[in-house]
Design a binder for this molecule. Sequence first.
Ligand code: NAD
Length: 541
Amino acid sequence: MARGFFNVPIAKNEPVKGYVPGSTEREELLAMYKSMYNSNTDIPMHINGEEVRTGNTKNVTPPHDHKHIVGQYHTADKSHVEKAISTALAAREAWSSVSWTERASIFLKAAELLAGPYRAKMNAATMIAQSKNVHQAEIDAACEMIDFFRFNVQYMTDIFKDQPESAPGIWNRVEYRPLEGFVYAITPFNFTSIAANLPASAALMGNVVVWKPSDHQAYSAQVIVDLFKEAGLPDGVINVVYGDPVMITDTVLSSADFSGLHFTGSTHVFKHLWKQIGNNIEKYKTYPRIVGETGGKDFIWAHNSANPLQVATAITRGAFEYQGQKCSAASRAYIPASIWADVKKHLIAQTSELKMGSPEDPSNFINAVIHEGSFDKIAKYIDAAKSDSEAEIIIGGNHDKSVGYFIEPTVIVSDSPKYATMCTELFGPVMTIYVYEDAEWENSLKLVDESTEYALTGAIFSTDRYIVEKASKALENAAGNFYINDKPTGAVVGQQPFGGARASGTNDKAGSAQNLLRWTSVRLIKETFVTPQDYKYPFLG
Ligand code: NAD
C-alpha cells in the first residue's frame, strides 16, 4: 500500500552504444555471440513460473546458417494452453491489486538489468535468432526494450494523474483498473523489443497475460523470460506458450475470460483474429479490447526541390536496414524525373558498398531474411521482375539460400505505379521506384495515397515549404508515422510513438499512454459528503 504520491524516475532514452572496433562492448558482444552460437539451448514454455518441457520440440536455426542448430523449443498441446489461462487467472487477484509502485519497480529493474548485465545476451540472441547486425540488435533488443519499460512506467503514472473535477461537496475520482480476465499477446519475429513490450505493457497496468511469441523469436524470447524473472515478476503473471498458432489461438479465444488481444504481425492474421473474436462474442464476459499493429507498404515521396543525395540515403537506410524487415521499412518510392538521374547515381554508389553475410562479422550491413517461406516469396517477386516488361532491376536481384536466406538489396524501377511490388508487402530488401513527370507531382501524391491498403509510415522530401504543407495535407491519412526530410524508419519510444491506420493497424501507438489506456477499464467513483434526504427539486415549488 503506497503512502505518498510518488514520482517515478524521469524516463530518458537509453544511449545507443557504438560498438566501434576495439571497444569493450564490441568484444563482450562478439564473445557472447560466439559462445551462444556454439552451445545448445533448451527452451521450455513457462506456465506459472514453471519450466514446461513437452519433448515435442522444434529446432532453432539462425537464418544466416540454417543448417546450424543452436537450440530447440518445446511446443504446447491444448492442455498446456488451458493451464496457461487458468494459471494467469489464478495470479490475477494478487497482481491486479498489488500497489502500482511494485509493478513499476519490476519493470524499472528489468530496464536496468538489460542496460547492464543482460545487454550482451539479449543482443547476441537477437543477432543469432533474427539475423540482425550489431547495430540493429542494439537499437531494438537493448535500447528500445529499455525505453519501453522506462517510458511505460512514466506514462502509467501520467494516466493515473488524469482525474476529473469535483463539484462542491463531492469527490470524483477515477481508478484505472486492469481488464477483467486475461490478455492474449501474440508477437512477431522482427523486434525483440515488441515481443517483450506486448505482454509487459499489459502486465504493467495490472493485467495477467498469455503470451505466444513467434516461432522465429523463441530463442530471444527465452532471454526476455529470464530477464522478467530476475526483475521479480511473480509466477503466473506472464505465461509463455509455443506451438501451433491456430490451436493455441482457438483455445485462448474460446475462453470466457479472454479480455484483450495485443497483437503485432501481418494484416491477414489480424483480420482473421478480429473475425474470430467477433464470432465468439457471446462467449465473453466482457467486450475484449483489440489492439493490432500490422502490415505496411511504406513510402518515400520526393519533390524536385529535394536534395538527391538525401533522398538516396533515405532509400538506402530506410529500405535495406534489417533487410527491409522493419514494419516501417520503405519499399516504394516516387521520384521526379528531373532528379532521378542523380538519385540513381547516389543509390547505386551507396548500395554497391553494402556487405552481406553473417551478423558475426559486424562489417556486414545486410544479413539474412528470417525464414525459407519469406525467402521464397521475395525471390519469386524478384524473379518475376526480371522478365516483366513493366519492371527493370537496376540494383541487386540475386538470392541464394544454400547456407542462409540471403537476398541482395534490390531496386526495381517500374513504369507502372500499380506494379505488383509497388503495392504488395514483401517484407524484404526490395525497393520499387516509380519515376513521375515533375509537373505531375500532385497526381503522384494521389498515387501514394491510393495505391495500397496500408497506412503505416511514409516520408516526403522537399525544400519548398509550400510543397511540404500541401504534401502533408494530401497524405494526412496515408501514414500513422509521417516523416519530413527523413527516412520513415527508426521511431524512438518517447519521441515518435509508433503505429498506423487503415490495414496497418488500430493505431494505438506502442510506447505511449494511448496504448496503456487500452489495458485499463476505468471505474468512476463519485462520493457525496452530505447525502440528500429530500427527493423534491426546487423547481417543483
Ligand atoms: P505473422 O503474422 O506471420 O506472425 C505474427 C504472430 O502471429 C506470430 O506469433 C505467429 O505465430 C502468429 N500467427 C500466425 N498465424 C496465426 C494464426 N492463424 N492465428 C494466430 N496467430 C497466428 O508476422 P511476422 O512474420 O512475425 O511479422 C511480420 C509482419 O508483422 C509484417 O506484416 C509486418 O509489417 C508486421 N509488423 C508490424 C508492426 C507494426 O508496428 N505495425 C511491427 C512489427 C511487425
